[in-house]
Design a protein around this ligand. Structure first.
Ligand code: TRP
Length: 334
C-alpha cells in the first residue's frame, strides 16, 4: 500500500515496433487502472539484453516506448514511468532472489524453452534467470497486482513462489502479487493468421498494425486481412478472422459485438473492413500526434525520466534495504 492505494507494477520491453495488440491489450487497460492503483510502469531494458541488441537502437526504442506511455495518456505525475536500468535495486534484488530460486523451477519455464530454441547461438544465463529479474521488478514495489498477458502467467506464478519461500524463512517481507487479466475481448490476433496473437516480432508486416502506421497503411492492411468465405459479419468461433475484426472494432468504438453484428447486417466484408480500419485510425492518429509533440519536448521528457527514476528508487530501495538486512548483510555506516 502506498497512500492507501494498492500497488500495481507492469513493464514492457522496448524491442520491436509496438502493435495495436500491445495498445489495446495492455496500454489502454493501464489507463483505466491508473486511478485505482498506485502504478509503476517500467521500460524493462535490463530484460532486453538477454537477446543481443544494437546499443543505439535499444536506447532510441526505450525512449520512444517511455514517450509512448505518456502519449497513450498515462499521466507521468500520477504513474511512475521509468527505465528499469535507472534503478539499480532491480539488479541487486535479482541477485539475492537468484539464491532463492531453483534451477529446476527455471528449467520448466516455457518462455525459456521457446527463446533458447529461437536464439540457439546465445543461450546465456540471463535468458535463464529472466523470470527472477521479473520477480525482483514486482516484489521491489510490493505490488498487489500485475497486469500481464497469458504468456507471462508462468512468470508471475514463479514470482509468487519465490516470494512465499522468502517470506517463510524471514517473515512477511514481500507482498504476494496477483495477476490482473484484462477484459478477454482485448486479445488481438494477427490479421494474416487469426489463430496467432498479433506480435511485434511477426515477419509479415501485413499481420500487424504498428502504432506508428499511417492511415493509408492501416486501411490497406485491414483490406487484406484474412477472413472467410461465409460473407456475413457474425460473431462466432468458426469465423475467427471476422471475430478478431469485431474485437478490434469493439475495442476502438466501445460498441458491443452484438451492436456491431447488427450494424453490418446485410453488408459485405469490404464495408466492414473499411469501418474497422477507420476506427483504428481514429484512435491511432491522435496518439501519434501526441507522441510526436512530446518527442520534440526533450526537456520535459528528461525531467520525467529523472523525477520518476528517483521516485521508483525511493520505493525500491526501501524494500531492498529490508531484504539485505534479513539475509544478513552488514549495516551501512552513515
Ligand atoms: N516479461 C514481460 C514481457 O515480456 C515484461 C516484464 C518484465 C514484466 N518485468 C515485468 C511484466 C514485471 C510485468 C511485471 O511481457
Amino acid at each position: 500500500m502506498i497512500d492507501d492505494k494498492k500497488v500495481l507494477f507492469s513493464g514492457m520491453q522496448a524491442t520491436g515496433n509496438l502493435t495495436l495488440g500491445n495498445y489495446l491489450g495492455a496500454l489502454k487497460n493501464w489507463l483505466t487502472l491508473s486511478d485505482e492503483y498506485e502504478c509503476f510502469y517500467s521500460v524493462v531494458d535490463l530484460h532486453s539484453i538477454t537477446v543481443r541488441q544494437d546499443p543505439a537502437e535499444l536506447r532510441s526504442r526505450a525512449r520512444k516506448l517511455l514517450t509512448l506511455y505518456i502519449a497513450a495518456g498515462l499521466d507521468p505525475k500520477k504513474n511512475c514511468i521509468y527505465y528499469q536500468s535507472h534503478v539499480s535495486a532491480h539488479a541487486e534484488l535479482s541477485w539475492i532472489l537468484n539464491c532463492f530460486t531453483y534451477m529446476g523451477e527455471l528449467n520448466r519455464m516455457t518462455q525459456f524453452k521457446d527463446k533458447s530454441a529461437k536464439h540457439a547461438d546465445n543461450i546465456n544465463a540471463g535468458l535463464f534467470t529472466y523470470p527472477v529479474l521479473m520477480a525482483a521488478d514486482i516484489l521491489l514495489y510490493q505490488a498487489d497486482v500485475v497486469p500481464v498477458g497469458k504468456d507471462q502467467l508462468q512468470h508471475l506464478e514463479i514470482t509468487r513462489d519465490i516470494a512465499q519461500r522468502f517470506n517463510a524463512i524471514y517473515g512477511d517481507v514481500f507482498t504476494i502479487p496477483e495477476p490482473y487479466l484484462g477484459k478477454s475481448g482485448a486479445k488481438i490476433m494477427s490479421l494474416q493468421d487469426p489463430t496467432k496473437k498479433m506480435s511485434k516480432s511477426d515477419e509479415n508486416v501485413n499481420a500487424s498494425i504498428y502504432l506508428m502506421d499511417d492511415k493509408d497503411t492501416i486501411i490497406r492492411k485491414f483490406k487484406r486481412a484474412v477472413t472467410d468465405s461465409d460473407g456475413c459479419v457474425a460473431y462466432n468461433d468458426t469465423q475467427i478472422g471476422i471475430h478478431n475484426l469485431i474485437d478490434i472494432y469493439s475495442a476502438c468504438t466501445g460498441k458491443t459485438p452484438e451492436e456491431i453484428v447488427k450494424e453490418f447486417d446485410g453488408k459485405g466484408y469490404g464495408d466492414f473492413k473499411l469501418a474497422v480500419g477507420e476506427s483504428v485510425a481514429d484512435i491511432l492518429m491522435p496518439l501519434q500526434e501526441r507522441f510526436h509533440q512530446l518527442e520534440k519536448d526533450k526537456a520535459y521528457i528528461d525531467g520525467i525520466i529523472k523525477e520518476n527514476a528517483e521516485k521508483a528508487g525511493y520505493f525500491a530501495n526501501k524494500t531492498l534495504r529490508k531484504v539485505q538486512k534479513k539475509v544478513g548483510f552488514p549495516e551501512r555506516i552513515r
